[in-house]
Design a protein around this ligand. Structure first.
Ligand code: ZN
Length: 149
């Protein structure tokens, strides 16, 4: 995917300057049906089926829709919940949060800050003993791991 938009203009905030906006038709054409379902329709892959659930490879996890760097292997931990889990994003501004009360309990959806694609949810206070006590429960199919050289 091209990242060669005009990089000349004056520097605005990073998120606004490189925001990726596409129509749903464009996304549908670029993504596989399974990717589209999760990333653009906030679907959830079945637990223990994603390719990165138990991955310990060192590297950076990018957004599969736009290539934005979202998480690193340094914050990934073994939650045994069936999805890749992180205790923090690479940086707070890499993701955005949407509160969701659909099921009578509040959940916090996590989206890519650059292209607004669905990544997963973040949960708090579960006692995992990580530095933040948060669990970013992220669909493997929403990410692409770029292994460290
Ligand atoms: Zn993205």
């Amino acid at each position: 995917m091209s990242t060669s938009e005009n990089a000349s203009e004056t520097t605005q905030t990073a998120a606004a300057a490189d925001a990726v906006e596409k129509t749903e038709d464009q996304w549908r054409a670029e993504l596989s049906p399974a990717e589209y379902h999760v990333l653009r329709q906030a679907g959830t892959e079945r637990p223990y089926t994603g390719e990165y659930t138990d991955t310990h490879t060192k590297g950076v996890y990018q957004c599969r829709a736009c290539g934005h760097e979202l998480f690193t292997s340094n914050e990934k931990f073994d939650s045994h919940c069936g999805w890749p889990s992180f205790w923090s994003p690479l940086a707070e501004e890499r993701v955005r949060y949407i509160r969701d009360r659909a099921m009578g309990m509040e959940r916090v959806e996590v989206r890519c800050a650059r292209c607004n694609s669905h990544l997963g949810h973040v949960f708090e206070g579960e006692g995992y003993g990580t530095p933040t006590d948060q669990r970013y429960c992220i669909n493997s199919i929403s990410m692409k791991l770029v292994p460290e050289e």
